[in-house]
Design a protein around this ligand. Structure first.
Ligand code: SR1
Ligand code: MG
Length: 405
């Protein structure tokens, strides 16, 4: 990374002009007049929008050598920009309809130029406003099933798979998840963030040996199960939507890990929004209607994810040892159990760990917010504790309904 400098908006314009000249992108005319501004993507990076006078635009995302939300005291490898671009390219080949397009990547400058999705909304903001997206479930199911199947041992040869696993070794960003998801919430740690009113609940979590065992097992699986190339950070802020479109962005946490992690994280974010609406929508009928939509979305997504997987496995499996319906069903049963566990862990870490969600933190009434936080903790605990004994997805849905009512 000898040539690395952190960009300003002026650098971004100059850089885009340079790559236009070299014909490395075709979005803008040769003589385009460009303007740029930086708007950040939250926790880690610099993000610029560069536009011309005709309304054409691109996004330039650059990794900083540290975590932006904490500062230079938390150094992070710039290689995450390469990982992100390469995950997008891999996933974009397998599921182009739901993956943001990479227009250009420069590993030395740790930057990627991406299609601008500014005409879409970020799912989190839309769901905070209780907007519904009837195609979201099927789009996420398609993205997660295709990207996970075609990067799994069912499809890749053992040699190809090992090459890809080494291509996506991502120690710095994996460590963030290992710590924030599976370790910090279960110990006293300065990174944790929760109101004093939750202290006794947090202490009960730290003293719950069965829950800590479940967290340890989920972490061990996250560390040592290179089943597929994960997105690695499928929360509602990583998904752009409108009524007909769903696009995944930001897979900088991508690596080969357990298939259940991505779908569990997605379901966890739907449930975080479900609980948050108890403190947001005051009219009961309206709230119930929206929460039913979220639960249907969760079930449709998991059902369709499983259907795609069963179909792909029966027609596309290349390893003869795995080519049986009995094995696929057994494998998917483990994926389901993992997904339930990771879903529960997401609920807990987003409530008492470092990185929260605006769905809950943005609830103005303090008592209402605390009640929601208590609910997400109980739900997270119960999902983690019951994950391994769920024998089917229908049992999981029944458990969810019993916990949410
Ligand atoms: C320091 S990064 C905090 C969180 O933001 C990312 O989007 C991941 O979810 C991570 O856990
Ligand atoms: Mg992100």
């Amino acid at each position: 990374m000898a040539n690395y400098i952190a960009f300003t908006a002026e650098h971004a314009i100059d850089y885009i002009k340079e790559i236009i000249k070299k014909e490395l992108i075709t979005v803008f005319a040769d003589n385009a007049e460009l303007n740029a501004y930086e708007f950040g993507d939250g926790n880690l990076n610099l993000v610029f929008r560069i536009a011309d006078q005709d309304g054409n635009s691109v996004i330039l995302k650059q990794a900083l050598p540290y975590a932006r939300c904490v500062g230079e005291s938390w150094p992070l490898s710039l290689d995450r920009a390469r990982i992100e671009a390469e995950v997008l390219i891999n996933h974009g080949q397998l599921c182009p309809e739901h993956t943001v397009t990479v227009l250009h990547h420069n590993a030395d400058l740790a930057l990627t130029v991406l299609e601008d999705l500014g005409h879409l909304q970020i799912l989190r903001g839309a769901q905070i406003n209780a907007e519904q997206f009837p195609k979201l479930a099927s789009h996420v199911a398609l993205y997660l099933s295709y990207t996970s199947f075609y990067n799994s041992d069912f499809y890749l040869s053992a040699e190809e798979k090992k090459t890809k696993v080494s291509q996506f070794i991502n120690p710095d960003l994996c460590k963030i998840t290992e710590d924030l998801f599976f370790t910090d919430p279960y110990i006293e740690h300065e990174r944790n963030n929760f109101p004093t009113e939750l202290k006794s609940h947090v202490e009960s979590i730290r003293n719950n040996q069965a829950l800590k065992l479940a967290a340890a097992k989920l972490k061990a699986k996250f560390l040592s199960s290179p089943q597929t190339l994960l997105h690695g950070d499928i929360h509602s802020g990583s998904i752009f939507v409108d009524a007909n479109t769903t696009k995944m962005i930001d897979p900088e946490f991508g690596f080969f890990g357990p298939i259940g992690f991505d779908i569990g994280s997605f379901m966890g974010n739907l449930l975080l929004n479900y609980c948050a609406q108890n403190g947001r929508i005051t009219e009961l009928a309206k709230r119930r209607q929206y929460q039913t939509h979220l639960l249907t979305c969760l079930q449709d997504c998991y059902n369709q994810f499983e259907q795609h997987w069963l179909r792909l496995a029966s027609s596309e499996t290349t390893d003869i040892s795995f080519a049986s319906n009995a094995f696929t069903k057994d494998y998917l049963h483990d994926v389901l159990r993992d997904a339930i566990g990771y879903c529960g862990a997401e609920l807990i870490r987003r409530t008492i760990g470092l990185a929260h969600v605006a769905d809950i933190d943005g609830i103005e009434d303090e008592q209402a917010r605390l009640a929601v936080q208590q609910q997400t903790l109980v739900l997270g605990e119960q999902l983690m504790l019951n994950a391994t004994s769920c024998t089917s997805k229908d049992e999981f849905y029944s458990l969810l309904v019993s916990l949410l009512n």
